[in-house]
Structures are given as structure tokens and as C-alpha cells.
Design a protein around this ligand. Structure first.
Ligand SMILES: [Zn+2]
Ligand SMILES: [Zn+2]
Length: 254
């Protein structure tokens, strides 16, 4: 079982990071990707990933786009050649919070897409309330077949899921939200594209699945999300894990 999106570099784990990772292995996790949200955070994710033999990504979250340099290569270039770095991101558009001007979000997303293409790295996307603009940028900058990526914390509907998978061959990162009682549209979206297009994630410390909802999330809780997917798709837990593991391996090499 692979957690393709976690933030174990977060300060919330400073007191018990080693124990948290031990609990993850006890729960059946075999790999974890620590996702970076800006330059400093990416450096920290890489440092911790190296220390614990985990994987990491380097990128600029749309929230942080306003502080991004014009040219990303001088800062990010050296990070992307680290052995533990398996992807660029998280990058994308977030119009729900609008913590950065939309033009800045778009500029930094395009820059990361070009860097990903140049380096042959997959992309971890974050998209919230910006689906149409996000897809428009993908149509210009993302080359399916040549490039790979995942839309993390996917919470859209079946039509959006079909567009992302069908038009761009992207994978959907499914996390704790799929266990929430009001997430019927998301569960329908997962049924629409099937487990062969899904990877598992916690996005911890955020979005703990039921029955842990409201607590600090951690990779060990991924099991609850996999359980829910087994129920939603009416297939066995082992098949959920085997298929999503294979998808994560194809995407990131982890
Ligand atoms: Zn995100
Ligand atoms: Zn995240």
C-alpha cells in the first residue's frame, strides 16, 4: 500500500515522526511520497525522505505562487536530480482560497509543466474550484503519452474524472474524502474510471478518513480509504492495494 501524497515534513510530526512512520509500516504501507509545497518545504521533504529512505517531490503549491521566482530552474534544478525525488509538485490552481493571484498561479503551473517535460518527471497536480482553467492549461502544456501525472485529492464528479483520465491519461489521487458520508458524487466518479486509474493518498496531516475524521491524519490511516474503495467498487481489499500499488509504480517508480 503506497501513500502517494503526504506531508510528513510538517511540523505536526516533529514530536513523533519516527513513530508515525513505524505505524505506517505496521499498517502495511510500503512507500510514501513526501510532497513539497514551496522551495523551503521541498528541501525539508527531501531531507526527511532521505533520512527515512522514503520518496519526495519538489514544487510550488498554487498558494505559494505569488512568491515564486520568474525562473524556477536555478532553485529547483538541483533538487530534481536528488535520487529520492520522484515528481514535480504539488502545482496547480486553487480558486477556493485564492491565496495567490490567479495569473501567478497559472504562470507557476506552466513553468512547472515545462520543467517536468524537460526533466521527464511526473507531475502532482492540486486543483480546487478551477477545473475549466486547469484543463485549458493542460491542453496547451501537457503532452499525454510523453508526460505523466496525478490529480491529487480528486473530489470532482464523474464527468471531470472522465476528462482527466480520458483526455490526458492522468491518475486520480483518492484520499479520506471518499469515506465521507456526503461524497456520493466522488464515489460515482471513482466507479466511472475504475481502480485502474486511481492511486491512494492521505494528504496527511489533513483530511483524515472516517472513522478518524477530525484528527491529525497519518499514512497508517490509508487502510480506511482502501477499505472504503473496496466497498464502493465491490472488489477485494487485496485487489485495491495491488492495483493502486502498480499504478503508483508506473507513475512514480516507487
Ligand atoms: Zn493539495
Ligand atoms: Zn498536499
Amino acid at each position: 500500500m503506497i501513500d502517494t501524497h503526504c506531508h510528513l515534513q510538517d511540523k505536526q510530526y516533529d514530536g513523533d515522526r519516527e513513530q508515525t512512520i513505524a505505524r505506517a509500516y505496521d499498517a502495511g504501507l510500503t512507500a510514501m511520497v513526501l510532497v513539497g509545497c514551496d522551495l523551503e518545504d521541498s528541501r525539508r521533504a527531501i531531507e526527511i525522505a532521505k533520512h527515512f529512505s522514503l520518496s519526495a517531490s519538489a514544487g510550488i503549491h498554487p498558494h505559494e505562487a505569488k512568491n515564486a521566482p520568474e525562473n524556477l530552474t536555478p532553485d529547483f534544478g538541483p533538487l530534481l536530480i536528488e535520487r529520492c525525488v520522484v515528481a514535480i509538485g504539488e502545482t496547480g490552481l486553487d480558486y477556493y482560497y485564492d491565496h495567490s493571484p490567479r495569473e501567478a498561479q497559472a504562470r507557476v503551473l506552466r513553468a512547472q509543466l515545462r520543467l517536468a517535460r524537460e526533466r521527464g518527471l511526473p507531475v502532482i497536480f492540486h486543483q480546487r474550484d478551477a477545473f475549466d482553467d486547469f484543463v485549458a492549461i493542460l491542453r496547451e502544456e501537457f503532452v499525454p503519452g510523453e508526460m505523466r501525472g496525478v490529480v491529487h485529492c480528486f473530489t470532482g464528479n464523474a464527468e471531470q474524472a472522465r476528462t482527466l483520465v480520458g483526455d490526458f491519461d492522468l491518475r486520480l489521487g483518492i484520499g479520506g474524502v471518499v469515506t465521507f458520508s456526503k461524497a456520493d458524487a466522488l464515489r460515482a466518479a471513482v466507479r466511472a474510471v475504475g481502480i485502474e486509474n486511481v492511486v491512494l493518498e492521505t494528504d496527511c496531516p489533513y483530511l483524515a478518513p472516517m472513522p478518524m475524521r477530525g484528527r491529525r491524519n497519518e499514512p497508517a490511516y490509508l487502510r480506511h480509504t482502501a477499505d472504503k474503495l473496496a466497498e464502493v467498487l465491490a472488489i477485494g481489499f487485496e485487489e485495491i492495494v495491488a492495483t493502486t500499488d502498480r499504478n503508483a509504480y508506473t507513475l512514480f517508480g516507487v
